[in-house]
Design a protein around this ligand. Sequence first.
Ligand SMILES: C[S@@+](CC[C@H](N)C(=O)[O-])C[C@H]1O[C@@H](n2cnc3c(N)ncnc32)[C@H](O)[C@@H]1O
Length: 467
Amino acid sequence: MGRRKKTLEQVEVIDIADKGHSIGRTPEGEIILIDGAVPGDNVDTIILRKKKGLKFGKVLKINTYSDYRTNPFCDHFDQCGGCKWQNLNYSKQAELKENAVRAAMRRIADDDENKVEPILKAEQTSYYRNKLEYAFSNKRWLTEEEIQSDKTIEARNAVGFHRAGAFDKVVEIEKCHLQENLSNEIRNHLRYLALEKNYSFYDIRNNHGLLRNLTIRNTTTNQWMVTVVFGEKSEDIEDIMANLSARFQNVKSWHYIINEKQNDSIHDQEALHYSGERGIIENLGHIQCHIGPKSFFQTNSTQAVNLYQTALEYADLKKEDVLYDLYTGTGTIALFASKSCMSVVGIEQIQEAIDDANNNSILNNISNCQFLVGDVKDTLSINFKSRYGSPDVLITDPPRAGMHTDVINTLLDLASPKIVYISCNPSTQARDIKLLKEKYELVKCKPVDMFPQTSHIESVALLHLKP
Ligand SMILES: C[S@@+](CC[C@H](N)C(=O)[O-])C[C@H]1O[C@@H](n2cnc3c(N)ncnc32)[C@H](O)[C@@H]1O
């Protein structure tokens, strides 16, 4: 007989945490991470697991409903897990994200939280993504009721999103509110075509099946690109691509990929151009960006412009300035900033991203940007000063893990008068700022909400070299 799981009663939900969890506090002061509650609720929970001394639980009963609760707008909310904060009103989401940045600056950077400016909220809180990646699976995620019912469920083919924590299961999606509706139409059409023609859906455990992934990208100027990823070679591919491209004639660019590997990543796979244009063009403020089927690109174009504008305001570039742009991706920040300064050098480890950056320089007639491929840790050095000029401003936008300590030491040696630090993880941003404070002062910091309804937090910080 299994041990009964422990329950905790009268837990006050006090804050949000990473990955859509909320933070609860018991009457005895014990802290627990909870699924299914929002700040302001009072709940009874059951403890599901412990990890690194932290307890994780789920709601058994809501004793008092939070005033900040709101009705989720998506029918898939309970199952999908993609937009975890749909049940929390948007103003409260934004306030809690701002508080998380304040707390990181206070607790981790050991600085004054009042340097954190009000969060820049998103005007569009749904339909804001320009890219969605759907998965096909022959193992549809079953609801609790389906599992409990006596019926045998034969039809398990599904296309939608992977269920968090169940890598082989896919939640069937009829309507997603993250990308304009054409995305739903294309995905649903392909599902019905596949069911009608009996095309196989991908079996992740055994690595076989024809339909594997579907990536749909669009721009704010209503250009669309579709890439179908197949799990095996087949004569049916031509029929599928012909059917889709005939049905959706306003899609500008069609590609497919045959990925027979065990994992879903496509950056090492060839994207085959099927028809239409080779890519689509997005406008980021005054910059045009060509997006191909494998390009990295910020997924919320409107807020990306607001983020870059904030970074530029903080950078306060002068015409004669030299700018370094670390972790440049496809060079969008470098290109965006290039007209405000004399020269820019960008560093990025992915060759294809640098190819896009160079192509986008040409597309925009920009000639004062240079892009280098390599790990920032190994590429950036004090010698950059003699080669590219001493930096007047350095913008850094590392991945979630933040910057390697070697990079921080090089930044301390380079002693750029200003550093603008963009981050998608306030904890590592604050950790790095604390290290940079050996020579820098944190001037201000601004959270920017790039991903409403989710727990993701982006923030921009300005540091000045101490006199
Ligand atoms: C948060 S993205 C920023 C992209 C870009 N600044 C933008 O706004 O689109 C981080 C980028 O850093 C790159 N990257 C990650 N680790 C790196 C490293 N050690 N050296 C160089 N680039 C790295 C990733 O490939 C990615 O393009």
